[in-house]
Every structure is written in structure tokens, then in C-alpha cells.
Write a protein that binds this ligand. Structure first.
Ligand code: ARG
Length: 457
């Protein structure tokens, strides 16, 4: 502790408990690559602007590169007693270069440095998450293409409602994920803004060139206000919010898979590699992956809440509370990546059981709307047609049959508008094929939906 960089003002050493409490190296060490890349850009600019000697700038850059290589190779280990990754790298540089190393932090504060590091880290993470979501999209499209005519019941209130196809159902998720990608891309734009040069809060008196650092680090633009530059964590919250929404979609999808693989539905069967057994019940095959995704969604919502509450009362500019941003956003990022990486192959290997979907669709009178529509097409007002069909369903329930097996005389008892062609009108295949409106379940319509998503990923 005697080695604290800010020790000059103090007459005592920091209490060990405070030192441990204060330290963030255990969770910010993962940003080392960006911390070093940021420092290399900063040192380059300092040298070019004549703020430090150009030779010293070169030595600093070489030193930083060697530190990066040594961390990468495992030769250099993080010191757990260091205050944070920034202090660790700077101390190591000074150990290697002596006084020259001490010049790196000219015209910079840890406040703008950490803002830079977090932005660079999340920029990379966001790209990775987008790639994973696109991969999942491709898996969904593959399964959808194979199931364009796989009839299944569509539900409202978890009650069989109208016939759709499995492809149509899957494409609902493909569209949700498309919006998730768009949210992530949008949030990327606001993350990709360069804060270095904001200093501690009031920029600097040195003649720095922020645009140069921005270009070197491949940012879109520089932050426009130094107070905002060091105290904004909107980009973390925005990413966490986009991830929360993505998790919500994965969780709903998971919930359906949990239902579908139950004996009550048996619409699908999970591959043995993506299910688990029970320690006591030999017959069990449990959908743990999907249950965990559903569970972890709550955890990510917790991260979002942590960030929102952490920020809401902070006066400008930097406050130490903000050090808490990293564990929350990194947890959200790690969790969603883990979920996507597991969910995708689980989905890809899952076996679809079309017969069971079709059998379920054949029960539950899900063609009742089509029966009413049949009468409307014969000239009857929809409300009357609706009532007659309701009566027919009632008759079927009493007789223990379906609309397809109910004799024509029963139909004719209610209205003469019914003819032999009613059976064709209410057949499951007709019900699906006729719903060719844009967005509907008819194979041609779902094909268009598949094309739409394909073009956008
Ligand atoms: N470890 C700190 C964080 O994550 C770095 C910034 C420290 N700044 C300060 N003024 N103490 O927020």
C-alpha cells in the first residue's frame, strides 16, 4: 500500500479492509486489452502533439505492447491487491520503464480512462452477441424451412385457437430476434463514442488531439462534454436493457419448449445431449437448459435494475458508485452469451414430431372460425354464422365427435347454407392454406417471412 500512486497527500496507509473493499481488479482485469490499446493510442497522440517526447512515447508504446503480450501468454499475472486494472498496467509499465512509464498518465484521468475501457469492452461484446443472435436466427430459419406444412395448433390463453404451422410459429421468434439485433446495433452506435480527453471531469490544459485518439481506436466520434464523458453510463444501461429484452424472448421460447417436450404435448423431443436425467426417477428427461434460460432471465433483469438504481441519484460527475457498473453489465453480457451458445445447438438438434402437432390441431375445434367464415362466404352475417358454429361445437362435444366427423344432416338442421363442401372448407390443410394474407401461416406467406429475415441478417 505504501506504493499507492496517490500516496503523496496522505500521512497514513490505507486500511487493508478499505483497500480490499475499494479494489475492482477482480472484475475489471478482463478489460486489460482495451486498457492497453487505449493507452497506446493516448501515448501515440501525446508524442505526436509534443506533449511528451516522441522517443518516450515510442518506449511507452513498446512497453505497453510487451505487457499485453505477457498478460496474453500468462507470463504476467494480475496483482490482486492492485486498486484496479488501470493502476496495475501503469504500475507494471513504470516497473519496466522507470520514469518514462510515469509520463503515460499525462492529460488523462482514470475517470475518462475507465469510461473508454468500458465502451471498448462493450463494443466488442455487443458485436459478439449480435453474431450469436444471427447464428440462432439461421438455425430457426433452417427448422422453419423444413416445417412449412407442419400443421400445429396456434394458441391464445394456452387454449387451442386456430391452426398454424410450426414454421409460422418459429418465425414469430425470428422476428423478435430481428428486433433484438436492431436494438443491439442501435445501442452500439451510442457506445461507439470516444470519451478520452474528458480528464477527471473538466478536460485538460494540454494541447491534446482527441480526434486522433478517436481515429486510432476506431470510434465514430468523440463525446461532446467532458462532464458527460466521464459520468455517462447510459450505454451500459441501454445494452443491459437490449439484453434483457433478448433474454425475455429466449425465455418465452424456452417456456414453450418446456411445454412442447412434456408428455402432455410431445410436439418435440430434445436431443439426449441437451437434456438431463433425474437422480431418483429413471424415466425422466428434463429440459434443464431451457429452464435455466428462463431462470437466468430474472438474473439479467436484476442487473438492469442494479444499473438503473446505481445511477439515479448520482450528482455529476464521476462517483465511485459507478465502479459497480462493471459486475452488473458483465454479468448480463456473459449470461446472454452463455444462453445463446447453449440454446442454439439445443434447438438445432431438437426432433420435431409433426404427427403429434397435427393430432393436437385436429382436436379442440380450431377450425370453428373457418366454419363460421364458410357461412359468411355463403352470404350470412358473421355474428349469425358465429352463433350457429357455436351450436355445432356444442353438438360435437355432446356427441363426442369433431366438426370434420359430424354428419351433414346435423349441419343442415341449423341452416340450409351448409353443403358437402363444408368438409373441405374446414379441413386443417385448407384452414392453413387459405390464410395467405401477408404475415399468415400459409406456406407461401411464411416463405416470404423467411426471405424477409434472411435478407436482414
Ligand atoms: N476502478 C474505477 C472504476 O471502475 C476506476 C475509476 C477510478 N476513479 C476514481 N476517481 N477513483 O470506476
Amino acid at each position: 500500500m505504501a506504493g499507492k500512486m496517490w500516496a503523496g497527500r496522505f500521512t497514513k496507509e490505507v486500511d487493508e479492509r478499505v483497500n480490499d473493499f475499494n479494489s475492482s481488479i477482480s472484475f475489471d482485469a478482463r478489460m486489460y486489452r482495451y486498457d492497453i490499446e487505449g493507452s497506446i493510442a493516448h501515448a501515440t497522440m501525446l508524442g505526436e502533439c509534443g506533449i511528451i517526447d516522441i522517443d518516450e512515447s515510442r518506449k511507452i508504446i513498446e512497453g505497453l505492447k510487451s505487457i499485453l503480450a505477457d498478460i496474453d501468454s500468462g507470463k504476467l499475472q494480475f496483482d490482486p491487491t492492485a486498486e484496479d486494472v488501470h493502476m496495475f498496467v501503469e504500475a507494471e509499465l513504470t516497473k519496466r520503464l522507470g520514469d518514462t512509464g510515469k509520463r503515460l498518465h499525462t492529460a488523462r484521468s482514470r475517470n475518462d480512462q475507465v469510461a473508454l475501457d468500458v465502451r471498448m469492452t462493450l463494443r466488442a461484446e455487443t458485436k459478439e452477441i449480435i453474431t450469436l443472435v444471427k447464428k440462432l436466427e439461421k438455425t430457426i430459419l433452417d427448422i422453419a424451412e423444413k416445417n412449412l406444412t407442419t400443421v400445429m395448433p396456434g394458441y391464445t390463453h394456452l387454449q387451442r385457437a386456430q391452426p398454424i404451422t410450426f414454421a409460422h410459429h418459429l418465425m414469430a421468434y425470428a422476428n423478435m430476434l430481428l428486433r433484438d439485433i436492431s436494438r443491439l446495433e442501435d445501442c452500439f452506435k451510442r457506445t461507439n463514442i470516444m470519451p478520452l480527453g474528458s480528464g477527471a471531469l473538466a478536460s485538460t490544459t494540454y494541447p491534446i488531439n482527441r480526434q486522433r485518439v478517436c481515429d486510432l481506436l476506431d470510434f465514430d466520434e468523440i463525446t461532446q462534454n467532458s462532464l458527460d464523458g466521464v459520468s455517462d453510463r447510459d450505454f451500459c444501461i441501454e445494452l443491459c436493457s437490449a439484453i434483457s429484452m433478448l433474454m425475455m424472448h429466449l425465455s418465452r421460447f424456452s417456456e414453450e419448449i418446456i411445454l412442447w417436450c412434456s408428455w402432455e404435448f410431445k410436439f418435440i423431443e430434445l436431443d439426449d445431449a441437451y437434456a438431463t436425467g433425474s437422480s431418483i426417477m429413471p424415466q425422466k428427461k428434463n429440459p434443464d437448459v431451457t429452464e435455466l434460460i428462463r431462470g437466468k432471465t430474472g438474473r439479467v433483469y436484476g442487473d438492469l435494475n442494479t444499473l438503473l438504481v446505481m445511477m439515479k441519484g448520482l450528482p455529476l460527475a464521476y462517483n465511485k458508485d459507478m465502479q459497480e457498473d462493471k459486475e452488473a453489465i458483465f454479468d448480463a453480457v456473459d449470461t446472454v452469451k452463455l444462453c445463446l451458445k447453449t440454446f442454439d445447438p439445443m434447438l438445432a438438434t431438437m426432433k420435431v414430431i409433426p404427427e403429434n402437432m397435427r393430432n393436437a390441431a385436429a382436436k379442440g375445434f380450431i377450425n370453428a372460425t373457418d366454419c363460421a367464415d364458410y357461412l359468411v362466404k355463403k352470404g350470412m352475417p358473421f355474428r349469425d354464422a358465429y352463433k350457429i358454429t357455436g351450436t355445432l361445437v356444442h353438438t360435437c362435444i355432446e356427441k363426442g365427435c369433431t366438426l370434420e366427423t359430424l354428419p351433414l344432416e346435423e349441419y343442415k338442421k341449423l341452416t340450409d347454407n351448409f353443403g358437402e363442401d363444408v368438409y373441405d372448407a374446414i379441413s386443417l390443410d385448407t384452414c392453413v392454406m387459405q390464410r395467405k394474407a401477408a404475415g399468415g401461416p400459409a406456406p407461401e406467406s411464411v416463405k416470404a417471412q423467411i426471405e424477409y429475415v434472411k435478407e436482414r441478417i
